[in-house]
Structure formats: C-alpha cells, structure tokens
Design a protein around this ligand. Structure first.
Ligand code: AMP
Length: 139
C-alpha cells in the first residue's frame, strides 16, 4: 500500500505545495507545529534518510535550506529547526524520507521543544563506543 506522501505526490490527496521539481516536493505539514512548518520530500520512495542515496539527500537538503531562508525572510522567523526522524523509535510516523523545516519565532509559538538530556556517562565506555562507530565508517 502506498504511504501518504506517495499519495500526495501522485495527486490522490490534496496538499499545500510550496515547491516542486522533477525530484522533490515541499508541502505544508498538516500539523503546523509552528506557522510555516514545511516538509521536503523526495518524489521517489525511500523509507528514511538512512536508506536514501546521497544525491537525493543533497537535493532535499538544498531545498530545505532555501525554505528555511524563506521562513526567516518572509515569515519573520528568527530561527529554524531542520530535522528528519529515522525509524519508529525516533518518532518517524510516515515511512517515506522527509525533512521537517520548522520556523521558530520569538515568544515560542507552538508547543515544540527539543530537549536533549545528558545521561550518566560514567557508566559508558566512551572510547569503545567512539571506536565502534569510527571502525564502521571505514568499511
Ligand atoms: P514524522 O513523524 O517525522 O514521520 O513526520 C510526519 C509528518 O507528516 C507529521 O508532522 C504529520 O503532521 C505530517 N503529515 C501527515 N499526514 C499529512 C498530510 N496529509 N499532509 C501534510 N502533512 C502530513
């Protein structure tokens, strides 16, 4: 079964499109976490950022950058959050790669807050973890 973004791309479901080219569309997120919250989506289906070819990631991120700039210059945002959730455990609810471009306004419109809390690192072997990731990157 098609995911909801494939159905939007195919015109089966309406959306507020802010950008479209041969490879990418950008639409307003239906939830509007803050005003102007936009999703940048490759037309070809990839499950997430992690499985998307680099060339397509680059195209998506270049459009995300332009939309972020527009949110600041046109909508008056003071900053933007650019994020992509990969996998259900990370909060991904639509299994089709997309990048959120979320404008941030002074006064904190919307209930959006990213909190990164430190855990007790004394129990972690940080050199070993760093080596495991570093070794994986060599393959
Ligand atoms: P994520 O949870 O990172 O997978 O993000 C999926 C996003 O898609 C959510 O922010 C939803 O609000 C948004 N969404 C779901 N259905 C639609 C739709 N029909 N049109 C626009 N955005 C949608």
């Amino acid at each position: 079964m098609k995911d909801i973004f494939c159905r939007i791309i195919d015109g089966e479901i309406p959306s507020q499109r802010v950008y479209e080219d041969d490879d990418v569309i950008a639409i307003l997120d239906i939830s509007q976490t803050t005003t102007g919250h936009t999703l940048v989506i490759p037309k070809k289906h990839y499950e997430s950022f992690l499985t998307c070819p680099a060339e397509t990631v680059n195209k998506v991120m270049m459009i995300a950058q332009r939309i972020g700039q527009a949110e600041i210059s046109i909508l008056g945002a003071k900053g933007v959050n650019i994020l992509t959730n990969c996998g259900e455990a990370a909060g991904q609810s639509v299994p089709h790669f997309h990048v959120h471009v979320i404008p941030r306004y002074v006064g904190g419109e919307g209930g959006f807050r990213i909190e990164m809390q430190s855990q007790d690192t004394s129990k972690l072997n940080l050199p070993m973890i760093a080596k495991e990731i570093a070794d994986a990157l060599k393959d």
